[in-house]
Design a protein around this ligand. Structure first.
Ligand code: R5P
Length: 272
């Protein structure tokens, strides 16, 4: 079971929210559809409610902003929500790292969020601002028993996805109080990222990969090295067969499928 000792020290509400997100096997598949908060109508996310609907049965949680939640998601869904509460910059502005808190904790409670998420921009111009926002958000969320997921942003510099940098960002996020850290997978030394981070780690995918097998391989290797799952967006919903993709990803995470077995699941499902 994931980090039982730290979970035992938590209040009931915090434990309850975390156990909605992280399943009984200690693993998690989060589906983020929050990209529009800085990119606008991202490809295949033009109508986020329609994109999410067929995928929701296979996701453990949905990550999004309050605007999309209120306008596009059926309030009768039973999946937990991870509410993105940082933003304020776009890809057209001066600096993506210039984010602040865009949603109050009170509104997160009103929306019945199971967690909130915020980006931190280590090494960027507004590093300090984003780390102070994380700290203040944790202070406030602890009052209400709401877990904070820190998103370790790398901006446009995808080459920064290497273990030393990701390990530093992830550790800093955990030190400041994040209950879950979302970072990127890297092929070399990913175990250093997880081993240096005292809270559960999930990986994002970034831009769509060349092949689905590549995605299954990242996830499989990340899990082998200690990650608890994914917060995976574009490599699911930008795929031509998103339902087949999420079913296969789910197989790797919750059924211990190897990458080639996940590929078989994908191939069967895409022809349905
Ligand atoms: C990034 O801006 C968002 O926070 C996404 O939730 C995160 O990057 C995961 O999505 P993807 O797998 O598409 O990178």
């Amino acid at each position: 079971m994931f980090l039982l000792c730290s979970v035992n020290n938590m209040d009931w509400g915090m434990k309850n929210r975390l156990s909605q997100l992280v399943q009984n096997d200690g693993k998690a598949l989060f589906l983020p559809i929050d990209h529009g908060y800085f990119q606008g109508p991202t490809r295949k996310l033009e109508k986020p409610g329609k994109t999410a609907e067929p995928l929701l049965p296979y996701a453990d949680a949905l990550m999004l902003t309050r605007g999309v939640l209120r306008s596009a998601i059926d309030p009768s869904i039973t999946k937990p929500v991870i509410l993105r509460v940082s933003g304020g910059s776009t890809i057209l502005g001066d600096d993506l790292s210039n984010e602040g808190i865009i949603t109050s904790v009170k509104d997160a409670v009103r929306l019945n969020a199971s967690a909130v998420s915020l980006s931190i921009f280590v090494s960027a111009k507004y590093e300090h601002q984003s780390l102070m926002s994380l700290s203040r958000l944790v202070d406030e969320c602890e009052e209400y028993g709401i877990p904070v997921m820190a998103v370790t942003a790398v901006g446009k510099e995808l080459e920064m996805r290497e273990a030393r940098f990701l390990a530093l960002c992830s550790r800093v996020a955990a030190e400041l109080g994040a209950k879950i850290v979302k970072t990127y997978y890297c092929k070399e030394n990913f175990e250093k990222v997880v081993n240096g981070c005292p809270v559960p780690v999930v990986i994002a995918g970034g831009p769509k990969a060349e092949s689905e097998l590549e995605v299954f391989e990242w996830i499989y290797d990340a899990l082998e090295k200690g990650a608890i799952g994914v917060n995976l967006g574009r490599n699911i919903w930008q795929h031509d067969h998103p339902v087949a993709m999420i079913k296969a990803v789910r197989g790797v995470i919750h059924e211990n499928l190897k990458p080639n077995e996940a590929q078989q699941v994908f191939d069967q499902e895409k022809n349905r």
